[in-house]
Design a protein around this ligand. Structure first.
Ligand code: NAD
Length: 485
């Protein structure tokens, strides 16, 4: 076991958490803070050995966890949720330094959402009503069986929220879990492991393995002892993981990247639409659900742009811990280069950069909020996810044209629509090819609703009963009428 490291004044274990114990590795990787690119600590770098240990621990813990039933598991999950609420400040401070997400968003929204995730799935699993009916001379019922150890792989953005979003239904459904957080922001998930101990989780029910995706991540998703693979990250990685899961004939869900349209119709509240569009630069645009393609009806294009620039001028690039900051540094130097590369190629392609388009004067990993007028809808900057503070602006003539542009990329995660017409909201909402649509709002979620993407934005659905079904083996039982006890 390694010494704990102090991050934002809080002690965090750099080790794995396997079978209820902290486990070190021979090798480590350096975790950097995006705020100043300085090291936060040396983190255990797992490989095949750690994957084997974690799967064995999850397998050993599975029968007793499954046998607890939804109500027994819910007691644990509620205790964990209460502990998250009691530790919001600590979790937020560590994640802020590790990922450079805005501290006030973490404190107000994202960490508490972890508690909400555990509570809502615990309650939903308890409330499950088995389908029961009679047909063909038999009495039929559909029951959920916990499926076994589940591997959960999460990305570097909002790591705590996304890891709880995925592990909550797995645990509630009776799976044991091996969580592999992203190597660029591994720390808040290590604190989560500590909280499971405090919450009295039996050893092996919840495991965290740290390390590089292509190393321990690949070893986990291809492990024959695993019964479910749940992934959030890029479509490129999903292709590898999907193949690995398929080799073992294991169900796999992928919540993947997005290139969401933000459609602005001439009948909308233009101030609200332009404010929301400028808000897509928040958190440096490192949000999969962001509406990064601004599609604005031609008749209001000038009026929209005037407002958009006015609201964008209000952004403050700065330290994510400061109250007035709205745009944070990017996560890592490699990602910064990737974002800058997209904009440089757009410029070379003849796309017009009308705002930003350069590393910001703040230096470090700050990139200017950028607006691009693409030369064509086929431009790379329109068709590929940048995952940074870079938006494109295009106009459309009428509703059909707007919808056609919105649906013209290989992605289909989310869509945002601004309109004053309920009829249009209904028509466009149905016509958009995406898994989540918001009309005159953004990011509001009911956790029982299905969540996921279309096209290269995802496979499968999480959220509510959809997630609980994914982590269960559904079984139908037919009993002949007249069977007596
Ligand atoms: P990524 O695909 O590079 O990595 C995600 C995770 O996969 C990391 O933990 C990484 O270590 C691991 N990994 C990498 N290669 C692996 C392999 N061969 N086997 C197993 N694991 C492997 O993604 P990222 O850069 O961390 O995250 C950004 C992406 O995630 C963006 O595309 C973003 O849109 C997407 N995202 C989607 C959602 C959603 O809900 N749909 C939410 C957040 C982020």
């Amino acid at each position: 076991m390694s010494d704990r490291i102090a991050v934002a004044g809080i002690d965090v274990s750099p080790d794995h958490f396997i079978g209820g114990e902290r486990v070190a590795s021979d090798r480590t990787f350096t975790d950097l803070s995006p705020i100043d690119e300085q090291p936060l600590g040396e983190i255990a770098r797992g490989g095949q050995r750690e994957a084997d240990l974690a799967v064995a621990a999850a397998q050993a813990a599975f029968p007793a966890w499954a046998a607890l039933g939804p109500a027994g598991r819910a007691e644990h999950l509620h205790r964990l949720a209460d502990l998250i609420d009691a530790n919001v400040e600590r979790l937020a401070r560590v994640e802020c330094v590790d990922m450079a997400m805005l501290l006030r968003s973490l404190k107000a929204r994202l960490i508490n959402r972890g508690a909400r995730n555990y509570r809502s799935y615990a309650d939903l699993a308890v409330a499950y009503e088995e389908r029961v009916w009679d047909s063909n001379g038999t009495h039929n019922r559909v029951v959920r069986m916990p499926s076994g150890p589940a591997v959960v792989i999460t990305p570097w953005n909002a790591p705590f929220m996304l890891s709880t979003w995925k592990t909550a239904p797995a645990l509630a459904a009776g799976c044991t879990v091996i969580l592999k957080p992203a190597e660029w922001s591994p720390l808040s998930c290590s604190l989560l492991a500590d909280l499971t101990v405090e919450a009295g989780f039996p050893p092996g029910v919840f495991n965290v393995v740290q390390g590089i995706g292509e190393e321990v991540g690949a070893a986990l998703v291809s492990h024959p002892g695993v019964r479910r693979v749940s992934f959030t990250g890029s479509p490129e990685t999903a292709r590898h993981i999907g193949v690995a899961a398929a080799q073992n004939i294991v169900p796999f869900t992928g919540e993947l990247g997005g290139k969401g349209p933000l459609l602005v119709f001439e009948d909308c509240d233009l101030e609200a639409a332009a404010r929301k569009a400028a808000g897509q630069f928040d958190d440096a645009g490192q949000v999969c659900l962001a509406g990064t393609r601004l599609l604005v009806q031609g008749s209001i294009a000038d009026a929209f742009l005037e407002r958009f620039h006015r609201f964008s001028d209000e952004h403050v690039l700065g330290d994510p811990r400061a109250d007035d900051t709205t745009v944070t540094p990017l996560i890592h130097r490699d990602h910064f280069e990737r974002v800058a590369g997209f904009v440089d190629r757009a410029r070379a392609n003849g796309d017009e950069i009308v705002r930003g388009g350069r590393p910001a004067e703040q230096g470090g990993l700050f990139y200017e909020p950028t607006l691009v007028l693409p030369r064509s809808n086929e431009s790379e900057i329109v068709q590929r996810e940048v995952f940074g503070p870079v938006l494109t602006f295009q106009t459309f003539e009428d509703e059909d044209h707007g919808v056609a542009l919105a649906n013209s990329t290989p992605y289909g995660l989310s869509g945002i629509v601004y309109t004053g017409s309920a009829e249009r909201a209904e028509r466009v909402g149905r016509a958009l090819r995406a898994g989540v649509i918001w009309v005159n709002t953004f990011l509001v979620r009911d956790l029982t609703a299905p969540f996921g993407g279309i096209g290269i934005s995802g496979i499968g659905r999480e959220g509510g009963d959809f997630a609980l079904d994914f982590y269960s083996d559904l079984k139908s039982i037919q009993v002949a009428e007249g069977t007596t006890a």
